[in-house]
Design a protein around this ligand. Sequence first.
Ligand code: DX5
Ligand code: ZN
Length: 219
Amino acid sequence: MRELILSPSLLSADFGNLRAELATLEEAGLKWVHWDVMDGLFVPNITFGPPVIKALRKTSRLFFDVHLMIERPERYIQEFAEAGADLLCVHAESTLHLERTLSAIRDNGMQVGLSLNPGTPLNILEYVLPQLDMVLIMSVNPGFGGQSFIPFCREKICDLKNMIQKKNLSTLIQVDGGVTLDNARELFELGADILVSGSAFFGFPPYNKRHQAFLEAVA
Ligand code: DX5
Ligand code: ZN
């Protein structure tokens, strides 16, 4: 039996209280937390970077799932490793020498993730898939929380699942954007292993009950 991993996106958390938010997630039984790093170029918003992650790393045992929405992420790989990221996920659209960037993440001791915008085809994965621990299927255009799931991404998750199975790999599939209690089961059945949820998670405390509700939705 596959088990769902829920990775709450801190984008919808209380930025003034991140330490307490992380502690509450841990108490609520969450294992992962999703950090949306934005640079104001790749996407319009600016959020947080390595210093904030590093400061909070000391306070938390959660698995730090770091989603970089920044231009030329290769410039900051070592900094994110030193900050304590467990998994570093870059966008295929943001880096020119993709293989080199992915290898650098591995060489810096982190798990390797690659994210694709909704409009980016899966064929970019053809040669690099064996290098990846996780593929992130963006199911909204990145930059903002609270958007609606783009319907064609269902087919994309399914096609990716087939691609992974055909190549006999165990790459995890993460889905991010517009995930709710209503579509969680469908996404899990299509092949998602990790669901990211921002507004549909943090908007509905207490977090232990909300976490339980997501697990029950896919059971
Ligand atoms: C969007 C971010 C997502 C976002 C998801 O750019 O990558 O992680 O926080 O938010 P919801 O779950 O509200 O769509
Ligand atoms: Zn994200």
